[in-house]
Design a protein around this ligand. Structure first.
Ligand SMILES: CC(C)(COP(=O)(O)OP(=O)(O)OC[C@H]1O[C@@H](n2cnc3c(N)ncnc32)[C@H](O)[C@@H]1OP(=O)(O)O)[C@@H](O)C(=O)NCCC(=O)NCCS
Length: 203
């Protein structure tokens, strides 16, 4: 007998769905190199701490747009992006994030701050849509869910004629983003792990 696959559907992530998105980001990013360097500890504690920070970010960043892919009942992947001019969260959100980071101890807080500053220094001056974070739940990777989110994202960029931008600390993700027209414009060592900065020119 043929087993039916859970259906996939794409939807904007808002309200209570943002809680599930924060959890997904915590789990999804916990083994990314810069995250490992910043948080230290084991996979579980990194996932927990990153989810807490992401919850703060997603709750208090009204300009951040988030699209999710549900697989059956569960959120399987998300892509978040900031429209031009909203690259960095507002000051009140940054303060909240700092307050949360300080609960992890001064060492972790200082690494998180330094990471954030290093990435922010690379933000292009030109108007751009800043993509990230993007994550697909670990057990569902390599099935086209991330590709679906990216395809929709670049279609929006093409429709509005705005440049795209992102950072990634995962070497495997560089090729993934290149498939959607992003090119590496810079590379930097952040907390001892490489980060690639990628732009997608207006077509
Ligand atoms: C990068 C990511 C969003 C891609 O989503 P996905 O659903 O696995 O992507 P797709 O199935 O559409 O495409 C798979 C491609 O993604 C790339 N990829 C990057 N990381 C991958 C991973 N951990 N597992 C599988 N594919 C990965 C590969 O190039 C793969 O190409 P291939 O099929 O030729 O091997 C997802 O792997 C992920 O969440 N990674 C961890 C978080 C992260 O690094 N996010 C991006 C940086 S901000």
């Amino acid at each position: 007998m043929e087993m039916s696959q859970p259906y996939l559907y794409v939807h904007p992530v808002s309200g209570a769905d943002r809680e599930a998105a924060a959890e997904l980001l915590g789990r999804g990013m916990a083994d990314n190199p810069v995250h490992v360097m910043a948080y230290g500890g084991d996979d579980r504690s990194r996932a927990h701490r990153h989810a807490q920070l992401m919850r703060t970010l997603l709750r208090s960043s009204p300009s951040l747009r988030i699209e999710g892919v549900h697989r059956g009942e569960a959120l399987a992947g998300i892509a978040a992006w900031a429209p031009p001019g909203h690259c960095r969260p507002p000051a009140t959100t940054r303060l909240r994030l700092l307050g949360r980071a300080l609960t992890y101890g001064p060492g972790t807080a200082s690494r998180l701050l330094s990471w954030n500053r290093r990435w922010a220094r690379h933000d292009p001056d030109e108007p751009h849509v800043h993509l990230g974070p993007v994550s697909v739940d670990r057990h569902l990777r390599g099935r086209g869910i991330g590709g679906l989110l990216l395809l929709r994202h670049v279609q929006r960029l093409d429709a509005t004629g705005v440049e795209g931008y992102l950072e990634t600390d995962r070497p495997e993700a560089v090729g993934f983003y290149e498939r959607f027209g992003y090119v590496v414009v810079d590379e930097a060592d952040v907390l001892g792990a490489p980060t690639w900065f990628m732009r997608r020119p207006v077509v």
